[in-house]
Design a protein around this ligand. Structure first.
Ligand code: PMP
Length: 284
């Protein structure tokens, strides 16, 4: 049984309680972060906390948490749960109050929940065999840059993908890819250029995206930040996705058609290796 953290208390997962009036539960009024753990250490912790603060500010969540206290909670859960490899999930909600669309008068303390999840990150089978993806319209709300817990559309589409025998879904708006259900999306052209959508309100500003683009630059790869079309994806030499929980994962098949030679691409594989090495070296 895991130890989890709920609103100031460390408790066993079967004893944890939150209010039914919590706005995260009633309105999806909550933001979250998922930080990878390698060798019992946190990958890109500061960047995840920077994005958490940004998400909260964008939603007018004014009462935040001290970063050293958040680091202590992360570390305590990793230690108590003896987590070597996996994830720490953190969620901040606007708090609990009588149900009301208007939160301007609300003065409840924000809610804070953290838990760990063990997962083999380095030995992900998708890295070796490559992902099959399907495409779907991006019908999410217009602020996909805010990491809210409103994940229903992504969850529906991911489930559709699994039911069709695929691994994931990439979302499209106006014929261009925005991002994956829970990852950022990339293609590699036959000239070895990496193309990924530019940062905007259309996509989550991935922490792994920033790290991987930095590494790609170190490898002297050309990076173009712009939207790419479904046709460019179909004709790409390689495709891959990035996320804190998946690292870098090649895409080898889109809607039943192979990408490149149908095998994980060299650039995706090289970026995955250097991301793992760099993350292990810099983890806290
Ligand atoms: N896009 C979406 C929609 C996501 O949910 C995620 C992962 N939470 C990402 C991109 C990747 O972000 P990160 O690299 O920070 O995990």
């Amino acid at each position: 049984m895991r130890t989890v953290y709920v609103n100031g208390v460390y408790t066993s997962e079967d004893q944890a309680q939150i209010s039914i009036f919590d706005r995260g539960f009633l309105f999806g009024d909550a933001v979250y972060e998922v930080t990878a753990v390698m060798n019992g250490m946190l990958v890109d912790f500061e960047a995840h906390m920077d994005r958490l603060e940004r998400s909260m500010a964008e939603l007018d969540m004014v009462r935040g948490f001290e970063r050293p206290a958040l680091l202590t909670i992360h570390k305590t859960l990793i230690k108590n749960n003896n987590l070597q490899e996996g994830l720490v999930y953190l969620q901040v909600t606007r708090g609990a109050a009588d149900r009301d669309f208007d939160f301007s008068e609300m003065d409840a303390a924000p809610g804070l929940v953290l838990f760990t999840q063990a997962k083999a990150l380095d030995a992900n089978p998708l890295a070796a065999r490559g992902q099959k993806i399907i495409l779907a319209d991006d019908l999410r709300w217009g602020r996909s840059d805010i990491k809210t817990v409103q994940l229903l559309y992504a969850s529906l589409m991911k489930t559709r993908a699994k039911r069709q025998g695929a691994d994931d879904v990439w979302l499209c708006r106006d014929g261009k890819i925005t991002e994956g259900s829970s990852n950022n999306a990339y293609i590699v052209t036959h000239r070895n250029e990496i193309i990924t959508r530019e940062l905007s309100t259309d996509i989550l500003h991935g922490i792994t995206r920033a790290s991987v683009l930095r590494l790609a630059e170190l490898h002297q790869l050309k990076i173009i930040e712009r939207a790419f079309s479904v046709e460019e994806l179909r004709n790409a030499k390689e495709a891959f996705s990035t996320s804190a929980s998946g690292f870098v994962n090649p895409v080898v098949n889109v809607d039943g058609a192979v990408i490149g030679d149908g095998q994980p691409g060299h650039i995706a594989s090289a970026l995955r290796s250097s991301y793992v090495a760099a993350s292990e070296a810099a983890a806290v």
